[in-house]
Design a protein around this ligand. Structure first.
Ligand SMILES: [Zn+2]
Length: 110
């Protein structure tokens, strides 16, 4: 019931400069085309998403697992650890960009 009510009161938000402006967008969620990395033995997709006033990266990956159970468990544990590293590196602690991040943003804007 509460979920239904939340849907009814969703405010429509305008398309962005980077969203696909097609069926991938919703009333209050806008999605970019996928960015794909697939030349490295697996495949990963990144999508830029804006939901309401918050933008985020959505990440999906398909990584072949080794047929050996011990090796596949190592792959799973390694993937999880690297995802933690990824989050630690790029997830914003809002308003606290490091000096290195600020330099990188400045280079891209120039
Ligand atoms: Zn859109």
């Amino acid at each position: 019931m509460a979920r239904t009510m939340a849907r009814i009161v969703r405010a429509e938000t305008p398309h962005t400069g980077w969203c696909t402006r097609d069926h991938r967008c919703g009333v209050d969620e806008h999605r970019s085309a996928d960015f794909t990395a697939d030349d490295i033995g697996g495949r990963a997709w990144l999508t830029r998403v804006r939901a309401g006033n918050q933008e985020y990266i959505e990440i999906r990956a398909r990584i072949p697992l080794h047929s050996n159970e011990k090796a596949s468990r190592w792959q799973l544990a390694t993937a999880l650890n690297l995802m933690r590293d990824l989050l630690a590196e790029v997830a914003p602690r809002l308003g606290r960009l490091s000096n290195r991040d600020q330099r990188a943003v400045g280079r891209r804007a120039a």
